[in-house]
Ligand binder design. Structure first.
Ligand code: TXA
Ligand code: MG
Length: 327
């Protein structure tokens, strides 16, 4: 892991090639898009995505956008439909993000989509972003390249000031032309829903696909697609029991650290070494693997509540929360 201020490099073809190689190795690179600078990592690697959350100091695992060069590459990751096709024809490459059901053969990490059955995809228009994405050859997860809660960066210097340790390189492509994040539209229901207003304006979108629904207010029935707003968010089929110090023969055990109690039907360890970044990278995949029919529940050992542990515990708390009634 790098320390101190990240290297700032002009977005020349040679530096773009170096940035692509770094991303393919699992490192993080900040790069310009037309909206804001993104903090990019390999979207197919749980480890790289965990590093993004760590570098941003995100208190929660908000789902990240998987960036692709064009609609053809998006179609390999999500279940495409006619509405997506029309929107992509009008707005891609550009500041519009589409939320679609994950393909069963999608390579995008579960951590990137925060365990949801959907994936957000966007093809940015900025020539540096385009060149980088084509050179990486994999979807790139990229939230805005700022510390969580801070103002989004629209110049390379903003990134260098805001983020330090963990960012290998900042590609300087000048100031962002759009300067605010992409519009996020959910296309998983019969009517498209505006989840986040942004660079692609609502009226222009509605001119192409008709009226957009507005995301329902927090906590209202139907407010299903706004991650982080529902108490029960990532919910396996089995009940989840937190702060377990022992597990029964009819339970699965999600362990953490070197001292693991014996006796569970099935045990997976988030990190035997007690490493929180490793635990974050393993979390969603292991919860799924332990969610086996015939068991009484999943017992989860305590995870330290600092650093990435806050995000891990946030997700675990949601996994253990009372479930919304079936509808
Ligand atoms: O303009 C942008 O979109 C910038 C540049 C770098 O592309 N990226 C950006 O990422 O703003 P971020 O992580 O700051 O915001 C992503 C938004 C969040 O509101 C998140 O909840 C939503 O997209 N999102 C991502 N995946 C989603 C999903 N599967 N379902 C619903 N919302 C999703
Ligand atoms: Mg952001």
């Amino acid at each position: 892991m790098t320390t101190g201020a990240p290297e700032l490099a002009p977005a020349t073809p040679a530096n773009i090639a170096r940035a692509a190689a770094l991303i393919r190795e699992g490192a993080l690179v900040a790069f310009p898009t037309e909206t804001v600078y993104g903090l990019g990592g390999d979207a197919t690697s749980d480890r790289a995505v965990a590093r993004i959350f760590e570098a941003k100091g995100r208190p929660q695992f908000n789902p990240l956008i998987a960036h692709v060069p064009d609609a053809a590459t998006a179609r390999a990751q999500v279940q495409w439909n006619g509405t997506a096709e029309r929107l992509a024809q009008h707005f891609w490459p550009g500041p519009l993000t589409l939320v679609l059901p994950r393909r069963t053969d999608s390579a995008v990490s579960l951590l990137c989509s925060a365990g949801l059955e959907t994936v957000a995809v966007r093809a940015p228009a900025h020539p540096v972003a385009q060149a980088l994405l084509r050179a990486v050859g994999r979807p790139v997860a990229a939230p805005s390249a700022n510390r969580s809660g801070a103002v989004s960066p629209t110049q390379a210097q903003h990134v260098a000031h805001s983020l330090g340790a963990g960012v290998a390189l900042v590609l300087d492509g000048g100031a962002c032309t759009v300067g605010l994040e992409s519009t996020v539209v959910d296309l998983t229901a019969s009517q498209a829903v505006l989840l986040r207003p942004g660079g692609a304006i609502r009226e222009a979108i509605e001119a192409v696909i008709g009226p957009l629904a507005t995301a329902p207010a927090i906590g209202r029935p139907g407010a299903l697609h706004a991650p982080g707003q529902l108490e029960s968010h990532y919910a396996p089929s089995l009940p989840v029991r937190l702060d377990a110090v022992a597990a029964g023969p009819d339970e699965a055990l999600l362990a953490f650290g070197p001292d693991v109690p014996q006796g569970a039907a099935l045990t997976l360890n988030l990190s035997a070494a007690g490493d929180l970044a490793e635990a974050a990278a393993n979390l969603f995949a292991m919860l799924r693997a332990l969610d086996r029919p015939g068991l009484r529940g999943i017992a989860v050992m305590p995870v330290p509540h600092h650093g990435l542990g806050l995000a891990i515990n946030d997700r675990l708390r949601r996994a253990a929360a009372p479930r919304p009634p079936p509808h």
